[in-house]
Design a protein around this ligand. Structure first.
Ligand SMILES: Nc1ncnc2c1ncn2[C@@H]1O[C@H](COP(=O)(O)OP(=O)(O)OP(=O)(O)O)[C@@H](O)[C@H]1O
Ligand SMILES: [Mg+2]
Length: 313
């Protein structure tokens, strides 16, 4: 900026001196040397003033373009960056508050049950078994929460996975669906799979599996007893697309916008009862971003949901 200012000052001074020199040489000097006849000296001055003004306007325009305009733009960018950093700070504070709350709830429950057991409830075998079961459930919820937080932090730090390569979508989906079959069976939900063998994508197969586990698990979890879940992988318009569809409880429109936010749950008590951390879809969103994939959801309360993940090929 300082350099640009010096250049502009040198331009103005240089141009002024040049204009003065030319007028002196071309108009004033000849008219002083020769006998004055014809063009009055004032015309020379008028031409000098015109040339000088045009030059100054040109330099002014140059200064505007090289200094004032970029300075304005830089100020706007600075303002935008400050606003973004303020928003990031709000999100960070919210996140810390949410994490603390999510950690505190199961911990309070665990310590409460332990205390009750210590105060004598442990004498009754029935109560003891019941309380220990609750403690086990809450402990596994804590473990899941911490695991999910670590996954999120890993993805957010953009840790490049060592297993990044081109892989066949069908191979990973087959194993994922197979691993989730017992959960589906428990709920009497039928998993229907259909994969195009040609569908291939580039990235980490393990991250892809994590994303699919979350989507398929949700589809099963938010389905009614006896429902069906479709997992399909195909190629649409030259792009690999994976679709997870269910005919479960669905999601009302007003929730769709915030669905992928961390800890956002449509029905908090139902999700918590089902052992949910509310981080699943946020993990899905981050992994989709890692793959450069487009993530879309269509859903209607009471009718079911469809999640589309479209990969650039
Ligand atoms: N297929 C679906 N059908 C209906 N609601 C869904 C579906 N998938 C997600 N949701 C809603 O979106 C919320 C957020 O989902 P997300 O997977 O992030 O969390 P969660 O399932 O509650 O917990 P977690 O995935 O950690 O077990 C859920 O609580 C649920 O209300
Ligand atoms: Mg989930």
């Amino acid at each position: 900026m300082k350099n640009k200012f010096l250049i502009a000052a040198a331009e103005i001074i240089g141009f002024t001196l040049l204009a003065l020199f030319l007028v002196y040489k071309l108009y004033i000097l000849p008219r002083m040397a020769e006998a004055y006849d014809g063009v009055p000296v004032e015309s020379g001055l008028l031409i000098f003033v015109c040339v000088y003004l045009i030059g100054i306007i040109a330099i002014g325009f140059h200064i505007y373009r090289s200094m004032i305009k970029p300075a304005g733009r830089a100020q706007e960018e600075l303002k935008k960056a400050a606003e973004e950093s303020r928003k990031a700070e709000v999100i960070r504070k919210e996140f810390v508050a949410n994490v603390s709350h999510e950690l505190k709830t199961p911990l309070t429950s665990i310590s409460g049950f332990i205390e009750t057991l210590q105060q004598g409830a442990a004498e009754d075998p029935e109560i003891r078994t019941k309380f220990i079961d609750i403690i086990a459930i809450e402990t596994s919820r804590l473990k899941r929460l911490i695991e999910d937080l670590l996954v999120l932090s890993d993805i957010e730090n953009r840790k490049e996975s060592a297993d990044t390569k081109e892989f066949c979508v069908r191979d990973v989906l087959e194993k994922t669906v197979e691993a989730l079959e017992p959960i589906a069976e428990d709920k009497d939900v039928r998993l229907i799979a259909d994969y195009d063998e040609e569908a291939r994508i580039y990235g980490s197969p393990d991250r892809f599996r994590q994303m699919m586990v979350n989507l398929i698990e949700n589809a099963i979890k938010y389905s009614e007893q006896g429902g069906r879940v479709w997992v399909t992988a195909g190629i649409t318009d030259g792009k690999t697309q994976v679709i997870v569809r269910d005919e479960g409880i669905g999601i009302a429109e007003e929730h769709l916008e915030r669905l992928f936010e961390r800890f956002y749950r449509v029905d908090k008590s139902r999700s918590t009862k089902a052992g949910g951390t509310g981080l699943g879809l946020s993990i899905v969103k981050h992994i989709a971003a890692l793959f450069g994939a487009d993530l879309k959801v269509e859903s209607k309360a009471g009718e079911g949901s469809v999640f589309y993940v479209t990969f650039e090929r």
